[in-house]
Every structure is written in C-alpha cells, then in structure tokens.
Design a protein around this ligand. Structure first.
Ligand code: PLP
Length: 218
C-alpha cells in the first residue's frame, strides 16, 4: 500500500537527481526516530526497507519485532554513539554514520570482532566546526580515516555531516564531498528534510529524511 509522505519524498528525490543530471538515485534513509512501530509499519508496508534511528535504546524498543515482521529491513544509526553502547549498536544496526573519535573506532572494531559482524561505517564531520556538535573537524578528517583503517582495521565507507541550522548548506556539502575525495571514501551521507534536494545536487549518496516522510515530530 502506498504511503503518501514516502511517495512525495521519492518523487522529489527522483526529480532532484534528474535535475542534477545524475545517473543514479541516492539511497533514501527514512528517519523514524520518535515514531512508534504503528507509525513505522505503513512505511514498511509501502516497501521502504532502509531506516535511520538516532538512539540505540529507542531503536531496541521497536526494531527487533519490526525486523522479524519485515525481513530485509536495514537500520542506520545516525545519532551519537557512546562506547558503552557499541555492543548493542553492532548487534542491532547495519550501518553507523557517527564514527567521530578514536575511542568509538576502537570499541566498534572490538565488538565487530567479538560478534563476527562487519558494519558499514561513516565518519561524522563537523563541517561548521560548531562547539556543541559531534564530528571530526575538517582539518583532521583525512588522518582520522587513515587511522581507522590502519590502526583499527575498519573499512570506512563514507563521510556524514549535519550543516549548521542557520547556514546555507551548500558549502558544507561541497566541503564534505572534497574531504571524501581526499580521504578516498566513496559515500556521502548528507541532506535532511529541509535540504536533501541541495545535497543531491552535491552528490549525496545517502539522504536522511524524517519529518518530510513521517510528519512533524511531537
Ligand atoms: C533527525 C535527523 C534527521 C532527519 O531530520 P528531518 O529534518 O526530520 O528530516 C537526519 N539526520 C540526523 C542526524 C537526525 O538526527
């Protein structure tokens, strides 16, 4: 059954990709944080399988059952990860977008080894160098990605950013794309409900869209 929020976003994604003359369409991550299983189920029923959550504990409360009900669901952690939650995160999620410090890289490497599970990983970049925001500062990204690889044996698939709320996001997306090239990673996780069309023009490969699909969060 179709889900109107999801259909509208997918149409906008396709239109933006066409306008940017892209031959591919970015992966749409439906961000279901704060929404309960009853709100998420219609989106699964409409065929969406890739979802984002920003808290490990909240995701543990709703996703194990939904994953049984809807095989093939893929979960992305898009919020900050504490190292004491690394074990739970590795067990539940498929992709983590918020690798942002050495301690987390190390904890993830250890847990992936223990659980025999390879995660797909993105490094979060604080493109606006905001004090309150997580992420590696732009000047340190190349070296951090390299250390994730050489010291911790992690495969880093891409970079992720959340531009400052009060700024034009374009320059932040351009910076993330440049840093990805410099660190030899292919994927770009950027763009939310308010700016995913801009992100698509800057080659986003993964967009994280919540309220445009699910409605305003309470
Ligand atoms: C909540 C959230 C999103 C989705 O935000 P919307 O504006 O609802 O699309 C995307 N990325 C991160 C990291 C988030 O925390």
């Amino acid at each position: 059954m179709a889900h109107s929020g999801l259909e509208k976003v997918k149409e906008r994604v396709a239109a933006s990709a066409a306008k940017a003359e892209r031959s591919d369409v970015p992966e749409l991550i439906a961000v279901s944080k704060t929404f309960d299983a009853d709100a998420i189920r219609p989106v699964l029923e409409a065929g969406q399988r890739v979802f984002g959550e920003n808290r490990v504990q909240e995701a543990q409360g709703k996703w194990p059952d939904l994953c049984v009900e809807f095989p093939g669901a893929e979960l992305h952690l898009i919020g900050p990860l504490q190292s004491n939650k690394a074990s739970d995160a590795v067990a539940l999620f498929d992709v983590i977008h918020t690798v942002d410090r050495e301690k987390i890289a190390k904890a993830l490497a250890t847990e992936m080894g223990k659980q025999g599970r390879m995660m797909r990983l993105f490094v979060q970049v604080n493109t606006g160098e905001e004090e309150q925001k997580a992420g590696i500062g732009p000047p340190e990204v190349v070296e951090f990605v390299e250390r994730c690889r050489s010291v911790h044996g992690l495969e880093i698939e891409g970079l992720m950013c959340i531009p400052p709320v009060d700024e034009n996001p374009g320059p932040h997306f351009a910076l993330l794309r440049k840093l990805a090239r410099e660190s030899s990673v292919e994927k770009l996780s950027m763009g939310m409900s308010g700016d995913f069309e801009t992100a698509i023009a800057f080659d986003a490969t993964h967009i994280r869209v919540g309220s445009a699909i699910f409605g305003v969060r309470g």
